[in-house]
Design a protein around this ligand. Sequence first.
Ligand code: SF4
Length: 332
Amino acid sequence: MRVFSGIQPSGELHVGNYLGAVRNWVALQDQYQCIFCIVDYHAITQEYEATALAERTFDMAVSLLAAGIDPQRSVLFVQSHVAEHTELAWVFTTVTPLGELERMTQFKDKAQRQVSVPAGLLNYPVLQAADVLLYRAQRVPVGEDQVQHIELMRGVARKWNARYGDGFFPEPEPVLTPAGRIVGLDGQAKMSKSLGNTIGILEGPEQIWERLRPAVTDPARVTRKDPGNPEVCNVYALHQHFSPSATVEEVAAKCRAAAWGCLDCKRVLAANITREFAPIRERAAALQAAPEQVREILHDGAQRARSLAAETMSEVRERMGFLSAEGAARPR
Ligand code: SF4
């Protein structure tokens, strides 16, 4: 069983994409053949800084490796290093109905915020379909917000198969990330670096505390003496991800009984986040000191990905009736 998943080159990982994706990826390596891709072609569908793209891609690779992606067991590579992604995406645009792309919720949300909507934004899910199907992956770990794109991907595989190759492409199934939606430290929006409501996984103890200290809690706790409800507090939600179960129970009990203040509660959380990230920071520092090692891993990953991708594309071209580039210049 093969798994494919991609992540945007947003630089250092943060708590949101660590809990929402990468911690699960690390675990999936024990059960599946995994292919992980830093999807830089997806990143250019919205405004971005060209001068920072390479550095952010490199930093994301460092974060992924430091967090536990193991290049011996999994393939880790950069999307633009494997040209077949865009080739297959073009092929898929010819079987994807325009109306289905226009109905995608993420497209509608993002398009609303653009003065002029680039076609790349509309075709984003077609490129996603190509990313996964190029490796004929059967499972795609995603958050709830990506399930609609997986449905579209399954439809693309069905339509292409119906025209060119009975059962050639599998219809991938989503594997929902156990952590679910990770709410930011503002207690409202999804955690994201651009909103500044998160913590970077390579940040030190002081920075972690600086970010956690002002985090929004249960608004009913105006003073230390007011009992709170942990179920409505995002700090408690983070305790559930980072603290041992005995601590989580203690947090809930002390909150309900007003036995401690929110700052006490946050200090315990900060210590547990720091403890989880300490070995990751250490591995990241070692990788940053040896950038050629990271480049080598990405180079090797791209080679392994290219060899799988070439097999798929050769079969795709043949089934679609293209004239082979090898051998005779004209068909006999
Ligand atoms: Fe949230 Fe902890 Fe404050 Fe309760 S004590 S409201 S769980 S931060």
